[in-house]
Ligand binder design. Structure first.
Ligand code: GN1
Ligand code: MG
Length: 373
């Protein structure tokens, strides 16, 4: 049996546990994302033609309570679907739905090992690892603003914090300091420059947390993984259809989401580009990104949240640089890597992004004032 058909057979078995009508045609693994294993399966459904689904096993190393992840995703998708149906205020048409297992639960647990869930596949769309044009930047901003807006009236207490302290920059920083002391893989020697660069910036890690502690910023329901490639963009119209990857939907600060958008939707290079001269926060992309986001998020953003938008890009780029370096020093136990040193390359790339944002933050602030006042 060929490797391809073995994979297809495996995917067909996964699908057999979900309440899917139709005859299995084929399946393939989708190699994207650093965390979950993702499979795409096609079915021939009578009267409908080819219908495609996404199967994912929840990574239990990352998500210690997979049921809480499913519960959050289920609440959020139902809430969004209801509003989209009632108020027709979706970003573009298709929405994500969880498809139940044959036993009626919204997930499968047991026969395949671990916890699995099934989504509809969003048709006719593409995702981009690197921004290609200003229209995509505008659409990405608009899509995540729309998402935050759609969940802004969902009770925050009903959404579980599935990864505690996910964007807690103080906790992330302190953990890096611990792994430096442990140096369990003997890799600290060789990353002194990166460590120094991060330590130089310790002053910013508490900024949002201090505002939160004082009640000047409040937690809302946020996406927490607003990478550009989590926006489904219609191939024909270039318009955002919906956002995907809802695993990290949790209480958080909207600034974490906008910061992650700056990090991923304004850079000229991939997250692991090693030619750092290519890594740059491009104002020409920041401007439409901000305009798109502000258009859909302005109803709930506070003046302080608006003021801190440029800063959030610098903070979240630093945070992910810290996370990549932590994982490199711990022996690459969290993020999937393609080669040794991959996490260190990602860290260097993100530190270049931090520097690029620092050098342009005044201009970014001026643009924010111009658009939002
Ligand atoms: C992970 O799996 P993926 O690629 O969507 C990570 C994010 C990081 C991102 C960096 C649960 O997201 O926090 O920003 O990699 N997700 C989790 O590319 O840790
Ligand atoms: Mg993700």
């Amino acid at each position: 049996m060929s490797e391809m058909s073995e994979m297809s057979e495996h995917i067909s078995e996964i699908g057999s546990y979900f309440a899917i009508n139709g005859a299995f045609i084929e399946g393939e693994e989708i190699e994207s994302g650093h965390i979950n294993s993702t499979y795409l399966a096609s079915y021939d459904v009578e009267g409908e033609g080819v219908v495609r689904y996404i199967f994912q096993r929840i990574n239990e190393h990352v998500f210690k309570d997979p049921h809480a992840v499913i519960q959050n995703v289920s609440r959020v998708t139902r809430h969004i679907n209801r509003k989209v149906l009632l108020e027709k205020q979706d970003a573009g048409g298709q929405t994500l739905n969880l498809y139940p297992g044959r036993d009626g639960k919204v997930f499968i647990e047991g026969p395949l090992g671990g916890v699995w869930r099934c989504y509809n596949y969003i048709e006719g769309c593409a995702t981009y690892d690197v921004i290609e044009n200003t229209r995509q930047a505008y659409q990405a901003g608009k899509a995540f603003g729309a998402f935050q807006n759609l969940v802004s009236d969902l009770e925050i207490d009903r959404i579980v914090e599935t990864i505690p302290n996910f964007h807690n920059t103080r906790v992330r920083y302190d953990r890096l300091m611990e792994v430096i002391v442990e140096d369990r893989c003997g890799r600290v020697n060789g990353v002194e420059v990166e460590i120094a660069s991060i330590k130089d910036r310790e002053g910013i890690v508490d900024l949002l947390l201090d505002h939160l502690a004082k009640g000047e910023l409040i937690e809302r329901i946020t996406h927490n993984d607003t990478k550009l490639n989590n926006v489904m963009i219609d191939k024909k119209t270039d318009e955002a259809v919906c956002v995907i990857d809802l695993d990290t939907v949790m209480p958080g600060l909207p600034l974490y989401d906008f910061g992650d958008l700056i990090r991923t939707a304004t850079s000229t290079a991939e997250e692991d580009e090693t030619d750092l001269s290519k890594v740059e926060m491009r104002m020409s992309m920041f401007e439409p990104l901000l305009e798109g986001y502000f258009e859909t998020a302005k109803n709930f953003l506070s003046p302080l949240e608006i003021e801190l938008m440029p800063f959030s890009g610098r903070l979240i780029s630093l945070e992910i640089a810290i996370r990549f370096l932590t994982d490199y020093l711990e022996g690459d136990v969290y993020f999937k890597i393609q080669h040794e040193g991959h996490n260190l390359e990602r860290c260097r790339n993100q530190l270049a992004m931090v520097r690029s944002i620092e050098s342009q933050e005044e201009a970014m602030k001026e643009f924010v004032v111009k658009v939002t006042s």
